[in-house]
Design a protein around this ligand. Structure first.
Ligand code: ADP
Ligand code: ADP
Length: 237
């Protein structure tokens, strides 16, 4: 049973250039992500990757097709029900999106506060997460005092705080140098293997897919033009 499933999904936007015209950002995409996969989605800028992420995370409605996350059809939910689905999905970003005025521990505690956890439970969970990402000594630091790799580790800790089953990484290593990229990918691998979190990696970098993903979908102009095991998709014919 796939944990994320898209059946003939399309997303069209009104064209910003010409009134009445439409831009097809995602064009008839069908893909199935199995529980425990590290699933890569690769494509050039403008291929439709970010739109696909927003559809999976139910931040925007699909124009056509059917999307299910953890057996729940998100294309048929109310805003309130969607919030529950989003709690099951963690996200990390290229620019980390940390709160610059909050300490590392406050950043990580934030989703737990929103979810109504008690102070004692938050403290215990934050300590556990800091230890997992190797930043226990940075709890009181502010994001601007951290390196890029450290910021992304905070992002990962925050994304995992409420124990989501799925982690969406949207160009999460694109702002990092190659060495730091490999550190962050190694951490994501541990998240997948030790915590059983399904990871969806969106990137324009082939190297990232080959380092971490087991399955891949190649996007071009809104369409998935190839998908399958990384080894098969990228092996020479
Ligand atoms: P990628 O993440 O692969 O760079 P995007 O999903 O951002 O691709 O964009 C896919 C296409 O959809 C592009 O042509 C983009 O200009 C268009 N697009 C994305 N979001 C919008 C929007 N809100 N309004 C209009 N067009 C959009
Ligand atoms: P603020 O004062 O803005 O809440 P803090 O950095 O003082 O920012 O604390 C933010 C969150 O971190 C709080 O929700 C608190 O429960 C949690 N917290 C406080 N102390 C610790 C600690 N030693 N270890 C882990 N989490 C902590």
């Amino acid at each position: 049973m796939p944990i994320v499933s898209l059946e003939n999904v399309s997303k069209r936007y009104p064209s910003p250039q010409r009134a009445g015209d439409q831009v097809t950002a995602v064009d008839d995409v069908t893909l199935h992500i199995e529980k425990g996969d590290v699933y890569g989605i690769i494509g050039y800028s403008g291929a439709g990757k970010s739109t696909l992420v927003r559809l999976i995370n139910a931040l925007e409605p699909a124009t056509e097709g059917r999307i299910t996350v953890d057996d729940v059809e998100v294309t048929a939910l109310s805003e309130r029900e969607l919030r529950a689905v989003r709690t099951g999905i963690g996200m990390i970003f290229q620019q980390f999106n940390l709160f610059s005025a909050k300490t590392v521990r406050a950043n990580i505690a934030y989703p737990l506060k929103l979810a109504g956890w008690s102070k004692a439970d938050i403290d215990a969970r934050v300590a556990e997460l800091l230890s997992f990402v190797g930043l226990s000594d940075k709890a009181r630091s502010y994001p601007e005092q951290l390196s890029g790799g450290q910021k992304q580790r905070v992002g990962i800790a925050r994304a995992l705080a409420t124990r989501p089953a799925i982690l969406l990484a949207d160009e999460a290593t694109s702002a990092l140098d190659p060495e730091t990229t490999h550190e962050v990918l190694a951490l994501l691998k541990r998240v997948n293997e030790e915590q059983g979190v399904t990871i969806v990696v969106i990137t324009h970098e082939m190297d990232v897919i080959q380092t971490i993903a087991t399955k891949v979908a190649v996007m071009d102009r809104g369409r998935v033009i190839e998908q399958g095991d990384v080894f098969e998709v990228f092996s020479a014919p």
